[in-house]
Design a protein around this ligand. Structure first.
Ligand code: A2P
Length: 302
């Protein structure tokens, strides 16, 4: 949503009753979101303390000295004094000012700017009152374990892709055991993401026959089935929509209880399929590969 539609979407969402707004510097729409938040708060539609605002540190701002200025810019754009949650967007480092790397030299190995350095600066942002909680995104269980070992302030969230084709059950259990929440992004399969992030012949979540069968049986929509499944297993679920009717439909999924039998049927659909595979950093010659990013084999290449 970089075309100004974020302004309308956030206003509509808050009017409908959404209270959690998930932002990121890289989405390029923080000023639009900020304008919408400010208008909703100023008009008395919602109080600041009723909202949960998340944003994310982009990959070009991992060095310790860059973290606080990046958050301050985000706060200025969002017209807020503090965030409820600030996340390290990816365990990936770009050169300063590089939004999307075009050559391997623009990617800096994690060993040069370790996550521990970035995390320490994130902790200082909490101490400075700029954010109430800190967390990570796109972290494997391995990277999360390493972080927890040396963190003074423990990560509160790990935001990862999750849906029936990529269930992340081990990661969800690990988060729960460590008093963290897992947030599920792309819960509907993220069909609107840019073509450069798409693969040929992607499987369809919303069109899957099992999802459609369960939806029909329960008189709900396929999207509500996908969302209710994630919510019922304890994942904070963040569907994206710019359409008022679909926003309403998605919000209503929060009060749908799926039967155990339906949950178990959906559990059989897992195929470890990533719609968002992190290919932006997997440039030949860089230190990032599918395997090093996700700490798992790339089964797509056999
Ligand atoms: P739209 O904005 O037109 O509603 P994800 O949440 O996995 O990132 O997926 C976002 C995509 O899913 C967007 O293309 C969005 O389109 C679409 N979408 C959102 N809610 C629904 C819904 N209830 N039914 C069908 N498609 C939906």
């Amino acid at each position: 949503m970089v075309d100004g539609s974020a302004y309308e979407a956030v206003k509509t969402a808050i009017e409908l009753g959404y209270r959690h707004i998930d932002c990121a510097h890289i989405y390029g729409n923080e000023q639009d979101v900020g304008r919408a938040l400010n208008e909703c708060i100023q008009s008395g539609l919602v109080r600041r303390d009723e909202l949960w605002i998340t944003s994310k540190l982009w990959n070009d701002s991992h060095p310790a000295a860059s973290v606080k200025p990046a958050l301050e810019l985000t706060l200025e754009n969002l017209q807020l004094e503090a965030l409820d949650l600030y996340l390290i967007h990816w365990p990936v480092v770009h050169q300063t000012g590089v939004y999307v790397p075009e050559s391997p030299e623009q990617l800096i190995p994690l060993s040069d700017v370790p996550i521990s350095e970035t995390w320490n600066a994130m902790e200082q942002c909490v101490t400075a009152g700029l954010c109430r909680n800190i967390g990570v995104s796109n972290f494997s269980r391995k990277k999360l374990s390493e972080l927890i070992q040396h963190a003074t302030i423990k990560p509160a969230f790990n935001q990862v892709e999750s849906h029936p084709f990529l269930q992340q059950t081990e990661l969800l259990n690990f988060c729960t055991e460590n008093q963290m929440l897992m947030t599920a992004y792309s819960p509907l399969g993220s069909a609107d993401r840019p073509d450069r992030m798409k693969s040929e012949n992607e499987p369809s979540l919303l069109g899957h026959p099992v999802i459609n069968e369960i939806a029909t049986k329960n008189s709900i929509t396929p999207a509500q089935t996908l969302l209710a499944w994630n919510i019922c297993r304890g994942a904070v679920t963040i569907p994206k929509s710019t359409n008022r009717q679909r926003m309403q439909e998605n919000l209503a999924a929060a009060s749908i209880d799926l039967a155990d039998a339906d949950m178990q049927t959906i559990a059989t659909l897992n195929r470890n399929y990533r719609f968002v595979d992190g290919r932006f950093c997997q440039l030949p010659g860089s230190s990032y590969t599918y395997e090093s990013l996700w700490d798992e084999p790339d089964l797509r290449t056999g």
